[in-house]
Design a binder for this molecule. Structure first.
Ligand SMILES: [Zn+2]
Ligand SMILES: [Zn+2]
Length: 421
């Protein structure tokens, strides 16, 4: 791994966001970012009065980076815009903010539109184009990134309440949008198929709701090392950042079509044969990301633009250890192995990306664990696709086995353990 690499995860949430772990404090975020190998975090939730107060009390500013001891943050948050444009629209946008003075100005603006104290990700009734225009009036250095753009309900391209193009949403303000976030259920390759994204940076962040290392940094963007907010935003706008870390898109919660309640999921091809109707309850399926990309794509599968960034497709280390030990990610055994690997090799990204077979063997790491880590690098871990809010599930079988091909081309109707029947 290059010394110049700088791992950034900017889309996270504080304990003041709904469905978030109550122990997300600044101190815990720093602790787990270091364990994961993240070099720069977003604060998340700068719109929330209490979280903002903590940020102001605990962090010290230099060049738009805000330090807790030696660890830097940038000021970030997420808003949900819910409004009518022909039909109901719901989009989530991540905001990168140059400094706390500008964060305060944005909050003054939000206070003219509604409340921001009930959730770390507040909702406003502001159309996308108007919102971008108003932000640019506050500061051109604010970076607005459409979040997890493919998720059915809150993605800008989502099947339920999104748009068919960025232009439809942002209109004349589209030139002020420089990047989109893939979300877990899609990867850059899927996004390359959308002609409109040709000039946009494709970035990845975790959208973590807890700080455990299988959440925080599960997706991230690798930048060239910098010590300033402008240094980060310039790499996004000029697309000079290095790469992204992705999970297998099947691991995301909305990759395939399906119904969680009916325990039914299927591929886009299969969904077409079913006319989008659930065979169990006979109601329309929740259309997932894979299907939606297919609907909007104008480039062939496998198309790679000249300026496409490299990306790593990796499952978190806890997933791998849970596979080897055949137990849950939170089990004592998994934590024991995790901690012992950390002690030997420093941080998780180093273990996932960099440590060689010989180095593992030198420290007497179990062969099965070495094998699964190396297979992860080659994208050989099979994942049962997630759907309708249910995470995808790493499976012990090899991805390149004949079995896998068979399974991915038929409907998966499985139990919660991912066993097929
Ligand atoms: Zn969101
Ligand atoms: Zn159903």
């Amino acid at each position: 791994m290059d010394n110049n690499w700088f791992f950034g995860d900017f889309h996270i949430h504080s304990r003041f966001s709904r469905a978030c772990s109550t122990n997300i404090t600044i101190e815990n975020l720093v602790k787990w970012a270091k364990i994961k190998g993240i070099n720069l975090l977003g604060t998340g939730d700068f719109t929330h009065p209490q979280w903002l107060k903590e940020i102001k009390e605990k962090l010290v500013e230099k060049n738009g980076f805000y330090y807790y001891e030696d660890f830097p943050f940038i000021i970030t948050g997420e808003v949900s815009l819910i409004y009518t444009q022909e039909r109901g629209r719901r989009i989530h946008l991540v905001l990168l903010v140059p400094n706390l003075e500008i964060a305060d100005k944005i909050n003054v603006y939000f206070d003219t539109k509604g409340r921001r104290d009930y959730d770390g990700r507040p909702i406003f009734k502001i159309p996308g184009d108007e919102f971008v225009r108003d932000m640019m009036k506050i500061s051109k250095a604010i970076e607005i990134i459409p979040a997890h753009i493919w998720t059915p309900w809150f993605g800008i391209f989502g099947s339920m309440s999104g748009f068919d193009s960025l232009k439809e949403c942002f209109k004349e303000e589209l030139e002020n949008i420089h990047a989109i976030e893939t979300g877990m259920s899609s990867d850059p390759e899927m996004n390359w198929r959308i002609a409109e994204l040709k000039d946009k940076a494709i970035v990845s962040f975790s959208d973590a709701h807890s700080f455990w290392p299988f959440r925080l940094g599960r997706e991230a963007t690798i930048f060239e090392k910098t010590d300033s907010y402008p240094g980060i935003v310039e790499q996004i706008r000029k697309k000079t950042f290095i790469a992204t870390i992705e999970t297998d898109p099947a691991y995301g919660k909305y990759h395939w079509d399906g119904h969680r309640g009916c325990n039914f999921s299927c591929s886009p091809e299969e969904s077409k044969k079913l006319n989008g109707i659930c065979p169990i309850c006979k109601k329309p399926l929740v259309i997932g990301v894979d299907n939606r990309v297919e609907q909007l794509a104008s480039n062939e599968k496998g198309f790679k633009p000249e300026n496409g960034k490299p990306f790593y497709k990796l499952l978190p280390l806890h997933e791998l250890l849970a596979l080897v030990l055949d137990s849950s990610m939170e089990s004592k055994g998994v934590w024991k192995e995790y901690n012992s690997l950390l002690e030997m090799f420093g941080n998780e990204f180093n273990i996932l990306l960099d440590v060689s077979r010989e180095e593992f063997l030198g420290k007497k790491v179990d062969e099965k664990i070495i094998d699964v880590i190396l297979r992860n690098r080659k994208e050989q871990i099979k994942v049962k696709p997630g759907y309708d809010g249910e995470y995808g599930k790493a499976l012990a079988e090899l991805k390149n086995s004949e079995n896998f091909l068979l399974h991915t081309h038929e409907c998966l109707r499985g139990d919660k353990q991912g066993k097929l029947f």
